[in-house]
Design a protein around this ligand. Structure first.
Ligand SMILES: Cc1cc2nc3c(=O)[nH]c(=O)nc-3n(C[C@H](O)[C@H](O)[C@H](O)COP(=O)(O)OP(=O)(O)OC[C@H]3O[C@@H](n4cnc5c(N)ncnc54)[C@H](O)[C@@H]3O)c2cc1C
Length: 222
């Protein structure tokens, strides 16, 4: 079965036990969570010690792309075939209950387990483009082309999303009936993530107008 058609959370390691009704099986939702994220936290074990390192991510079909320096401990370890876990989370709201116990957050989060594969040749170049376009769509084509040194100095990894899970919390406070009359404000505070106004680089040799894709940014993002 290709990973595209594989349901989420269908392995022993990715089956939710705690609050299982928050599990989402739809792979399209996994894609949406990843496409809306710039960073993932990559966990791996080196000499018995777990590490969790944040890195830029981009989705390529049903694989997750990661890129980093050839000299990076993280990338050397993953390229050697070490298993890893990547976690991506969006926080959507504070959930302010009448008790500390029930106070929480609304979120969309994904976990991917697997072994990454190092990309070379054309696959590597395409992955560079995907990572750059994920950071800001349409920009890649306008940049100075990468040179051989830059390509050589970078490791690009592709992590198949064969084994993944998604958990989504979207609720109002779950206070007990007996607490509803407690005299404190309760409800949700939505959290919005916004981009600010572009600030030109003071070292821009010729002042240039904002490109179209930035004029439309971020509303133009699909
Ligand atoms: C922003 C945020 C805040 C949270 N705060 C807390 C907190 O304070 N305390 C707390 O106990 N829990 C919190 N959670 C939930 C937490 O992520 C775990 O789901 C929970 O602690 C159960 O962990 P477990 O290993 O016992 O889960 P299990 O259900 O035993 O995990 C089994 C499998 O389910 C999947 N899974 C579990 N959790 C997630 C997830 N969040 N996203 C994707 N897949 C998942 C994984 O594949 C995992 O291997 C929070 C989650 C988020 C995103």
């Amino acid at each position: 079965m290709s990973s595209e058609s594989k349901p989420l959370g269908d392995t022993k390691r990715t089956t939710l036990h705690r609050v299982p009704h928050k599990e989402v099986k739809d792979r399209e939702v996994l894609h949406q969570i990843l496409d809306a994220a710039l960073v993932g936290h990559v966990g791996f074990v080196q000499d018995g010690q777990p590490f969790v390192i944040p890195v830029a991510i981009a989705r390529d079909g049903d694989a997750l792309l990661l890129h980093g320096s050839k000299a990076s401990r993280l990338f050397k370890t993953l390229a050697s075939g070490a298993p890893c876990a990547v976690s991506v989370t969006h926080i959507d709201a504070l959930v302010l209950a009448r008790s500390a116990f029930e106070s929480s957050m609304n979120y969309r989060s994904a976990l991917i387990l697997g072994v990454a594969r190092e990309l070379e040749g054309d696959e590597k170049i395409r992955a560079f483009d995907a990572l750059t376009d994920h950071l800001l769509p349409e920009r890649r084509a306008t940049l100075r082309p990468m040179n051989d040194d830059e390509i050589r100095q970078t490791t690009i990894l592709s992590l198949p999303m064969d084994e993944a899970s998604v958990k989504i919390s979207s609720k109002f406070p779950a206070d007990d009936e007996a607490d509803l009359s407690w005299p404190v404000w309760a409800g949700n505070i939505p959290i919005e993530h916004k981009y600010g106004t572009p600030i030109p680089d003071p070292r821009m040799t010729t002042p240039l107008p904002l490109p179209d894709y930035l004029e439309r940014w971020p509303e133009g993002r699909t």
